[in-house]
Design a protein around this ligand. Structure first.
Ligand code: ADP
Length: 323
């Protein structure tokens, strides 16, 4: 990147310097043309005998000189502007492609980890079950862990699959009538069984809307997953679903570290994760919120994130209700 910036700047400086140089050279030539014109004029017209004619011709030569100067400045500035715009476009698209390739690289690293760690955990639990004679309680605990890991793997694969299908426009979202409140309840029930005592849910209003069950469930799950993943284990996540006018509003409020203002818009970008790979403790792909916001937009809704009080974040999804 630094090499590209240096070469880019050098080339740009060269082009601008060359342009200025040719501008000055042309101006000098123009003055020479003027001087030659005056010399020829002196041989053709006697200034003492025909002063009016002489002055008129000199003024004509001067106005030609002025016109040429304006032409050089006008064309030179347009050319310079075009070069500067072109250089800015090239630079910003190069930066974007470098950033994307870095993010994709990080994505591959995290995906490999995300895929391997539940598989390794399941393998270990199953081997323990196979090799040891365990009592019923321990067996159930290990089986429960395996189910949790399989669920994690399933969510991750769904996210990756749907993200790539949506990108390639192969996934056509369904438009069926559904009860959004039932989807929220099902997700909260599932997450409460996976993470007991982490969620509180206020009574949900009846929310009938048109959409794709699988996608909407995935959007809710992504927000619940993040609320658990990025907050301390002893904090509570509150969920509320309300119908207001012609919309329904789902709020998922956590009491974690919150999201800095400068990051709030960026977290919805593809592969974006706060911090850097070396210092980050939590694992993920940076696909969850990107996909969630895409799904919400596809349902003509909107998603926002604000600060919770005293700490944490509130993710809010607003979706249009069926009339
Ligand atoms: P992933 O969880 O795979 O990293 P996401 O797209 O779901 O990807 O989230 C993007 C980033 O937003 C996360 O890396 C995390 O830094 C931040 N984030 C998301 N939800 C929360 C939350 N509830 N609290 C704090 N940070 C969050």
């Amino acid at each position: 990147m630094r090499f590209f910036t240096t070469v880019h700047l050098l080339l740009l400086t060269y082009v601008v310097a060359a342009l200025v140089f040719w501008g000055f050279s042309l101006n000098e030539k123009s003055h020479e043309i003027y001087k030659q014109g005056v010399t020829i004029l002196k041989t053709e017209v006697d200034s003492t005998m025909y002063p009016e004619m002489y002055n008129a011709r000199t003024q004509q030569l001067q106005s030609q000189l002025e016109t040429r100067k304006k032409q050089y400045i006008g064309e030179g500035s347009t050319f310079l502007l075009v070069i500067l715009i072109g250089a800015a476009v090239v630079y910003s698209s190069f930066r974007r492609s470098i950033r994307l390739s870095r993010q994709q690289n990080n994505f591959m690293l995290s995906v490999t980890h995300e895929l391997k760690s539940p598989i390794a955990a399941m393998k270990l639990n199953l081997q323990t079950l196979e090799r040891h004679q365990l009592d019923e309680e321990k067996k159930n605990l290990l089986i429960d862990r395996c189910v949790k890991e399989a669920n994690r793997l399933n969510d991750l694969c769904n996210n990756m699959l749907i993200a790539s299908q949506m990108e390639g426009r192969q996934y056509v979202p369904a438009r069926e009538e559904l009860q959004f409140d039932e989807l929220v309840k099902a997700s909260v029930k599932d997450y409460t069984s996976r993470y007991p005592n982490r969620f509180t849910e206020t009574a949900a209003d009846n929310c009938r809307l048109s959409g794709d069950k699988l996608l909407l469930q995935m959007a809710i799950n992504n927000l619940l997953e993040n609320a658990v993943k990025y907050t301390p284990a002893d904090t509570i996540v509150s969920i509320s679903l309300k119908a207001k006018g012609s919309s329904c509003i789902l709020q998922i409020a956590d009491n974690g570290p919150g999201i800095p203002d400068a990051e709030k818009a960026k977290i919805f970008n593809k592969f974006y994760r706060i911090g850097n790979e070396e210092t980050r403790k939590s694992k993920g792909t940076g696909l969850g919120l990107y996909l969630t916001s895409k799904i919400v937009k596809q349902h003509n809704g909107k998603i926002t994130v604000t600060d919770n009080t005293p700490a944490g974040s509130v993710f809010e999804i607003t979706l249009p209700l069926l009339a």
